[in-house]
Ligand binder design. Structure first.
Ligand code: NAG
Ligand code: NAG
Ligand code: NAG
Length: 755
């Protein structure tokens, strides 16, 4: 049996006491923004001084702006310095026996940080607080997603690029063995009432603090093990309300500088109403890029150990392929250590090309080794775009790569010629990669974690891809002469229905503004007037988020190499605003302690939860052989023990089988394989047909759609395009001239009762 499987972390025996004892997290949510204080409690229980190194994952949208340490009564507020200088200062301090704290972002990936706490004398306790702000991501179902990542996946480092210098050897912790605890509380202030808060972890009941339910508090249930990503989904009653918040500049700071001026955060989340009758877009080039690296052989999630990530991706491809409109173009790429495409160039979507692609998709395995996503992307972008078929790229990955920044830059460079939708599969998928690619490519990131199915999320994104796009987007300011509005975020080029846009501006006065765009040649406007007083609570959260946007933009320019002064400006802005960047670090030194710490310094790496592996005792022997350290080129143990053929058998689903039989034009043939899914004999169904044998496909198609409505109503999200396509086909046949005209009357009888 495979019941012994569950999500856990890699084995490791620490062999010494772990100086990190607990992590407590306070989250304050205001609308679409979360501010977080994360406090880490250390204690050195050894007889020598120690240096504790903690490498941990971080939300890629976070602007880290505060780093504070407390030793006894002494509080040390760390300063932002250029990274090399900060490291030197730290090394000097600990080698001379001082207590020092260093926090740095990984050079390669903005979602990995390293925290060094040095020269903790025996018996000493210390606490370290990291403060950051971040925008909450919008989910396809309008939930706002807060994630506190816990799982650190080993990143695959492509040949020829630098090793992730920060990662080094991070010890793995097994579930139940993570040697520190986590507590988390969240205070929520929402512009509209809060409907619910959901999580993959047990929560205390939601407590409201106002009549209108716009203020609430929720906590993680006590005793939480920090062994999985903590995800909270917030549901507001009116998520589409546009919102503007102004924040006054810091008193005493010169106006004209970012921290001295007012900052505006504008958040639009427009719902573009499209005529129901308007036909589905029948143009477009759809490219599906599927991760086939070894780790894709891991189970999709902890609650369904039968389905691997790759088998779920295969099922999803089936749905996608069946949902595409006739007349569009498509291609499918698999990537790992190398990449392959189903067709040399994108091909027109026809019955023949669909069948070819489906056959190839069925045999897709997680057998391509490493995760090199850069080359296939380059290959895709090198192909000329097809006139009047806008390119839409769907990327499926469990997101464990070392060269995230280079990949995101590549997507951004081609933002004008395509859209990029991304799907992060499983826990620990790099949020920097999945968010960064989607953001860079004006797409939509989605994460498939917990017990979620991949299919509904992907179909949501397909819906976005098939919708008309708003163009000619402009934000028009109604400002007094002589006043300046300085954008901090890059401009918005494309706007989908239900895509949230957050923009930051540096202002010198109060203003009115509106967002303009056109959809299908209709000019639309989203007006937002505000003359409210800026917030002056001194939190400077919006300034920090605005600064972070500008820093990330500058970092991109540095990597492109065409802006000589960009690095200097990024460092300057980082130091001025106190917000982290990849060129700076936070450094704090305890200068109060006059007596140097004595004795040889021991280095202790804090273990971090690492991804899915087998926990069962039965397999621990196998585990030991495979995972003294996690080896990137070792495919997931799960797929070694249970070859994928077994998983295929398990994941058989009558709905997917039914959809698998649908033809490219949307119709079904009346065939035994269809009628057996419907639970009928072929003769029975033929006999019940209201028309002549030549109408049998119409009959079969109507029955298939009825079956989906009747038996799979809960999965409507997944089959909606398939059904729309089928009914479009039926209608076209029925209104076409004889001999099919007659069948209309037959069809309009209540067919459901005849089945
Ligand atoms: C984080 O700490 C700062 C300084 O103590 C405080 O002003 C802020 O309200 C805290 N934020 C949260 C979310 O608790
Ligand atoms: C896994 O497969 C077994 C047998 O094939 C089945 O009984 C079980 O319900 C499946 N579990 C899930 C979560 O699908
Ligand atoms: C990983 O394992 C493969 C074979 O299982 C081996 O060739 C390779 O050297 C290992 N890599 C590391 C970094 O241990």
């Amino acid at each position: 049996t495979i019941s012994g499987f569950s999500l856990s972390c890699s084995l490791s025996s620490f062999g010494h006491s772990v100086p990190l004892k607990s992590v407590s997290v306070e989250v304050g949510v205001q609308g679409h923004v979360a501010s977080v204080n994360s406090t880490l409690q250390y204690e050195n229980q050894e007889s020598n001084p120690v240096e504790a190194i903690f490498i941990f994952p971080m939300d890629s949208n976070a602007a880290v702006y505060r780093f504070l340490a407390r030793i006894g009564d002494v509080e040390i507020e760390a300063q932002v310095r250029e990274k090399e200088k900060a490291k030197e200062e730290y090394d000097d301090a600990i080698s001379s026996g001082q207590e020092a704290f260093l926090l740095e972002e990984s050079d390669e990936s903005s979602d990995v940080f390293r925290l060094s706490v040095g020269s903790l004398p025996p018996g000493q306790t210390a606490s370290v607080t990291v403060g950051y702000v971040s925008e909450l991501a919008v989910q396809a179902d309008h939930a706002l997603r807060f994630c506190l990542p816990a799982v650190l996946n080993p990143r695959y480092t492509p040949a020829g690029t630098q090793e992730l210098t920060l990662m080094g050897k991070v010890p793995g912790a097994q579930a139940g063995d993570v040697p520190y605890t986590l507590s988390l509380t969240m205070d929520i202030y929402s512009p509209s009432s809060i409907q619910s808060v959901e999580s993959n972890c047990p929560l205390t009941p939601l407590e409201f603090f106002s009549q209108d339910k716009t203020q609430a508090k929720v906590s993680l249930s006590p005793g939480h093990q920090f062994d999985r990503d903590v995800e909270l989904l917030l549901y507001y009653s009116e998520p589409h309300q546009p919102m503007a918040i102004l924040e006054a500049g810091q008193p005493g700071v010169q106006s004209g500088s970012l921290m001295g001026d007012t900052v505006a955060m504008l958040s639009f989340y427009p719902e573009i109403h499209v005529e129901k009758s308007s036909p589905m877009m029948s143009s477009g080039e759809f490219i599906f890029l599927v991760d086939r690296s070894g780790s894709m052989g891991c189970p999709l999630n902890r609650s369904n150990d039968n389905e691997s990530r790759i088998s779920s991706a295969r099922d999803t491809l089936l749905l996608l392929l069946k949902s595409l409109p006739l007349g569009c173009y498509f291609n499918i790429y698999g990537f790992g250590s190398h990449h392959e495409s189903f067709f040399p160039e994108s091909v027109e979507y026809t019955q023949t090309t669909m069948e070819t692609a489906l056959n190839k998709a069925k045999s897709m395995q997680a057998d391509f080794g490493g995760t090199e996503i850069f080359q296939p992307l380059q290959n895709i972008y090198s192909k000329p775009c097809l006139p009047s078929h806008p390119r839409q790229l769907f990327v499926f990955t469990d997101g464990e790569v070392g060269n995230t920044k280079a990949v995101v830059d590549l997507v951004k460079r081609h933002a004008h010629s395509h859209r990029c939708f991304t799907f992060g599969i499983g826990e620990g998928a790099s949020s920097a990669l999945v968010n960064g690619m989607a953001e860079g490519g004006s797409g939509h990131p989605q994460f498939i974690t917990g017990s979620e199915r991949m299919q509904p999320k992907v179909m949501q994104s397909l819906q976005f891809a098939l919708h008309p796009v708003a163009k000619d987007i402009a934000i028009k300011w109604n400002v007094a002469a002589g006043m300046t509005v300085n954008p901090l975020s890059p401009p918005v080029n494309m706007l989908f229905n239900l895509q949230r846009v957050i923009q930051y501006f540096q202002l010198t006065e109060q203003v009115c503004m509106s967002l303009h765009y056109t959809v299908e040649d209709k000019a639309l406007e989203n007006k937002l007037g505000f003359s409210m007083k800026p917030k002056t609570d001194g939190s400077m959260l919006l300034h920090r988020l605005g600064a972070r946007k500008a820093i990330v933009d500058l970092e991109g320019k540095v990597r492109e190499g065409d802006d000589k002064s960009a690095k200097e400006r990024a460092v300057e802005l980082s130091i001025q605003s106190g917000v982290s960047s990849s060129y700076t670090a936070f450094i704090g030194v305890n200068r109060e302690n006059k007596e140097p710490v004595q004795g040889p310094l021991l280095r202790r790496n804090i273990p971090v939860c690492q991804p899915m592996m087998l926990k069962s005792k039965r397999f621990s022997g196998v585990l030991q052989t495979f995972f003294p350290q996690f080896n990137y080129s070792t495919p997931c143990i799960f797929s070694i023990l249970w070859p994928t053929s077994h998983l295929q058998v398990c994941s058989e689903d009558p709905m997917l089988e039914l959809i698998g039989l649908q033809k490219a034009d949307g119709s079904w043939d009346l065939h035994k394989s269809l009628t057996s899914i419907l639970g009928k004999k072929e003769e029975e169904v033929t006999k019940a047909s209201p028309g002549k044998p030549e109408f049998s496909s119409v009959w079969a198609t109507v029955l298939a759609v009825l079956w989906l409505h009747g038996h799979k109503a809960e999965s409507r999200d997944e089959w909606q395009f398939v059904a729309t396509k089928a009914m479009t086909w039926v209608r076209r046949i029925l209104i076409s001239p004889t001999p099919f005209r007659k069948i209309k009357s037959l069809c309009s009888k209540n067919l459901c009762f005849r089945v």
